[in-house]
Design a protein around this ligand. Structure first.
Ligand SMILES: [Zn+2]
Length: 251
């Protein structure tokens, strides 16, 4: 395999109202750095029935108040769904924004509107395409929204990596992946805000390659979605390193 399936839409360049650091340049920068190793797929919008698998009517209505935000948030969740569907055959990556892991059943925040990861997995389970899934969240921040939605679901296991050092980061991933092959699908919420020059100040570019390799080697049915990552100058090379790790694990 010389290319990895990447789900992407120009909709993700939409300048919807959010904080300055969660800007369209994030995905634009990544896109330009991965073009030669990516096989792009355009996602559709998720359905309202996908949203209600994870979110309250009140929360959905609150996002609908801004049609621009609602459209791109539905495209982002649709991107996660598409990546999950592709992962039934081969590993994939969803280059999407807005991110989702801080959106819970009846709350959102932290630049997130809908929980892309939870929506994708619950939809695949609801359609009978998978029976269970393991989520590993390697973003700098705790995936409180994902935890909120999946905690009561015995078919979904959620592990948040919260490491104080590089060594701990890899030890924690290794521990999280111990039984990864026993799940129908392995899913990663990938934030690149753990980067040495980003808020986390923890990982180097090549660490993302190693992390991706470990993950993709643990279960062939594997997809990753973009969560955080705000140091724009190196965001492209970090995601490229991650995709290289996926490709190496698949070859
Ligand atoms: Zn984060």
């Amino acid at each position: 395999m010389d290319k990895i399936s990447v789900v992407y839409s120009k909709d993700f360049l939409t300048d919807y109202p959010t904080v300055d650091c969660e800007c369209p340049d994030r995905v634009d920068k990544i896109y330009s750095h991965i073009r030669d190793i990516a096989d792009f797929t355009e996602p559709g919008l998720c359905d309202i029935s996908d949203l209600t698998l994870c979110h309250s009517e009140r929360l959905i209505k609150s996002v609908q108040r801004n049609p621009v935000t609602y459209n791109v948030a539905c495209r982002s969740a649709g991107g996660a769904i598409k990546a999950a569907e592709l992962a039934l055959k081969a590993p994939s990556f969803a280059l999407i924004r807005p991110p989702g892991h801080h959106a819970g059943h009846d709350f959102n925040g932290g630049f997130c509107f809908f929980n892309n990861m939870a929506i994708a997995i619950k939809r695949l389970i609801a359609k009978g395409l998978i029976g269970n899934a393991l989520i590993v969240d390697i973003d700098l921040h705790y995936g409180n929204g994902t935890y909120d939605i999946v905690q009561a679901d015995s078919n979904i296991t959620f592990v948040n990596i919260d490491a104080a050092s590089r060594e701990d980061f890899f030890n924690d991933i290794e521990a999280a992946l111990k039984n990864a092959s026993s799940f129908d699908m392995l899913c990663c919420s990938a934030g690149f805000d753990t980067y040495i020059n980003d808020w986390g100040g923890l990982l180097f570019t090549d660490d993302y390659r190693n992390a991706a390799h470990m993950l993709a080697s643990s279960n062939p049915h594997f997809f990753t979605i973009l969560e955080g990552g705000y140091f724009i100058p190196d965001l492209g090379i970090n995601v490229r390193a991650y995709l290289k790790g996926l490709l190496e694990a698949c070859s």
